[in-house]
Write a protein that binds this ligand. Sequence first.
Ligand SMILES: CC(C)(COP(=O)(O)OP(=O)(O)OC[C@H]1O[C@@H](n2cnc3c(N)ncnc32)[C@H](O)[C@@H]1OP(=O)(O)O)[C@@H](O)C(=O)NCCC(=O)NCCS
Length: 214
Amino acid sequence: MSDCLPPTVLKLAEGLCDDEIHIWALPYDRAAGRLPVRRLLAGYLDSVVDDVVLTDAPHGRPELGGTHGGRLRFNWSHSGDRALVAIARSVQPGIDLEHRARRGARDVLALAQRFFAPQEVQALAALPAEERSSAFLQLWTVKEAVLKAQGRGLAYGLHRVVVDLWESGPVLVRFDDEPTTPWHVQALSLDPAWVAAVAWCGPSMHVRWCGEPH
Ligand SMILES: CC(C)(COP(=O)(O)OP(=O)(O)OC[C@H]1O[C@@H](n2cnc3c(N)ncnc32)[C@H](O)[C@@H]1OP(=O)(O)O)[C@@H](O)C(=O)NCCC(=O)NCCS
């Protein structure tokens, strides 16, 4: 049925297992709005883009509505001219993408003091100055991905999600003083100009990089 996606994309879409999260990279064009995501979802739903209806949950997270409501969960993030989309069947993913240059050479310690938890500020302050900016963005993307998976978004407060950066990857230390056991966070390796992370609550999942639809 899906008429606008190449066969390779449709094959991947068909193969989305319950224990997988698919990550897609898309070009982002503000004028197109959510159309590219709807097109991608149409491939997963074996439907046409006009039948992919998105509705906004109370805090703004778009979800599948209409006849396809509840069949897939997704989230996307855009920065500059790129976007990342996370799609899953059995968990609600949250994703965040940031372009290093677009964040500029701001005083990351001042930003962290304003938005992050005290132990993250301390961890950043203990790093050599040249490593701080990168660590800050890694923290930011993981924290925002958790808040987007939960659905309340940034307004809920980045300080509520406490993250440690280990050599093996980010680790969620605390979220709202609740046990973090059901939460999973993963940094996504893209080209070095970009920093991104995905998060979800629930069982372990395989995060599968699908690249750009072509
Ligand atoms: C949505 C929000 C997470 C955007 O952060 P951002 O870094 O600027 O943007 P990103 O590119 O990472 O994500 C944007 C996408 O997240 C999605 N999104 C919106 N609200 C969301 C939420 N509460 N949870 C998860 N995802 C959300 C949308 O798809 C949005 O893109 P679209 O509107 O073009 O479809 C942030 O603005 C937020 O937390 N908003 C919550 C609502 C809010 O605070 N409202 C009051 C604003 S004054």
